[in-house]
Design a protein. Structure first.
Length: 210
């Protein structure tokens, strides 16, 4: 049915999402402008759009990884975890977020360096696994150490078997990427863990006979 009412203006959220799927010079320009928006959500949507179109520059990634708002930093890390990141400046910026004041940013950074198999992050991950106040950060650090499989993370993963149950379960999985008598002994002890899910994790690995 025909209406004489004027068409409502498209809000910035919708406009940025649309630009991220539409592409073209005008859309990319709008997304780049969105990176300067005062609203953190708009900066996130702008970055997502640029990433989807494959036009997010290394400078853009470094800038958003250092954004004043933690939600923006977390989103940037989440996106980078599933991308090829050859630029060392961006990889260094990701590693820097392992020291972030926001625990969820640390969590996202640890996941990202694990997915990127960044061996330069191993020593910091081992420290997080052993000392971070937030159990979520310790857990994801252990998982990242397992994903990377660097021998420098071996002792931190073994030590995680003395942490809370979710972290012990994560450590069991992480240890599957390491070998040696100390690993076998640790897995043998885990067969008697008081948490049934820890024991189940060992069973699922097929490492119950060690």
């Amino acid at each position: 049915m025909h209406s004489d009412e004027p068409t409502l203006a498209e809000g910035p959220d919708v406009a940025l999402v649309r630009a991220g799927f539409t592409g073209g010079d005008a859309a990319v320009a709008a997304l780049r402008e969105g990176l300067d928006d005062d609203d953190p959500r708009h900066r996130v949507l702008a970055l997502r759009g640029l990433a989807r179109l494959g036009v997010a520059t290394d400078e853009t990634w470094r800038r958003l990884l250092d954004d004043a708002d933690a939600t923006v930093r977390r989103d940037a890390l989440g996106l980078l975890a599933y991308r090829d990141v050859p630029d060392e400046g961006v990889r260094a910026a990701i590693r820097a977020r392992l020291d972030d004041d926001d625990a969820l940013v640390v969590d996202a950074a640890a996941f990202a360096v694990g997915e990127l198999a960044d061996h330069d992050a191993v020593e910091r991950l081992a420290d997080i696994a052993a000392t971070h106040d937030d159990a979520r950060c310790r857990e994801v650090a252990v998982a990242a150490l397992g994903a990377i499989g660097d021998e420098r993370g071996r002792l931190a993963v073994l030590a995680a078997l003395e942490d809370k149950a979710p972290i012990r379960r994560r450590a069991i999985v992480a240890l599957s990427n390491f070998e040696g008598p100390d690993i076998d002994a640790a897995l043998e002890r885990a067969k008697d863990d008081r948490d049934w899910q820890v024991r189940a994790a060992l069973d699922q690995l097929g490492r119950d006979e060690v």
